[in-house]
Write a protein that binds this ligand. Sequence first.
Ligand code: FUB
Length: 300
Amino acid sequence: VMPELVQPTKKNDRYVFQSKGNPIITHHYTSDPAALVINDTLWMYTGHDFEGGQRDYVMRDWLVYSTTDMKTWTEYPVPLKVVDFEWATSKSAFAGHVAEYYWYISTNWTGIGVAVADRPEGPFKDALGKPLLTNEDCFASTHSWACIDPAIFIDDDGTPWIFWGNRECYYAKLKDNMIEIDGDVKQINFEGFSFTEAPWVHKYQGKYYLTYATEFPEKIAYAMADIIEGPYEYKGILNEIAGNSNTNHQSIVEYKGEWYFLYHNGGIQTDGGSYSRSVCIDRLEYNEDGTIKRIVMTSE
Ligand code: FUB
């Protein structure tokens, strides 16, 4: 299905547009969405694929959007660029996640950084002047890009956790200051765990859900546990390969009493693909036993 292309309207330094179903944004290529709910606003932080149809990632900055009704979206001035991390030599603005208001980002080979702002729309600034995590923290790693895809989960008791990884899934506690690791880095492992990247942790009715990209081209799979450190039990595939993108990268949030699955796809624009991706959003529904229904992309 060809989406209707929507041109945003400029309002001061912002752009406003009405989404016409999936993909949500058609004036930029966007990827790796991370959602954050603050009061009645859903904030969405995304990666940004430059130039349609290229053969590799060209990702120089991240973008931020907000909505209060899932239809009308505001795009703010570019809140963070990979060059803002002086130590990041690889210059690849890979996936990130914002927790009020710390933005954990991947730079590909040079580690995970953290930037800070005093407003959800930024601007964000490097909080450390060095990486928060590097490949050395990925003790089981056999390759150079294991230290990517941070995801934050703040538990009901306020403890912040960070999950990340490629091929291996790592996690650690964060200190309350949000910019230091508290204790040891550990690894998640369980039967049937075939982890590619993109971990995301959320909680529903007292259970922990670990969703992640599996295989390649990627599908999104999930596992459940009673405590955050596991053991996790594999529960199956949540979302099939998304369009013609080799990657997928999800985010799951509750907003105004509904659960949403944010992800990306490469197949719905004429020049879309693995390096020209587009963020999509669909409803997420649970079964009575807490398992999640498969999510099939809709066009509305
Ligand atoms: O967008 C760049 C990388 O592709 C992300 O870090 C991965 O999760 C995959 O989506």
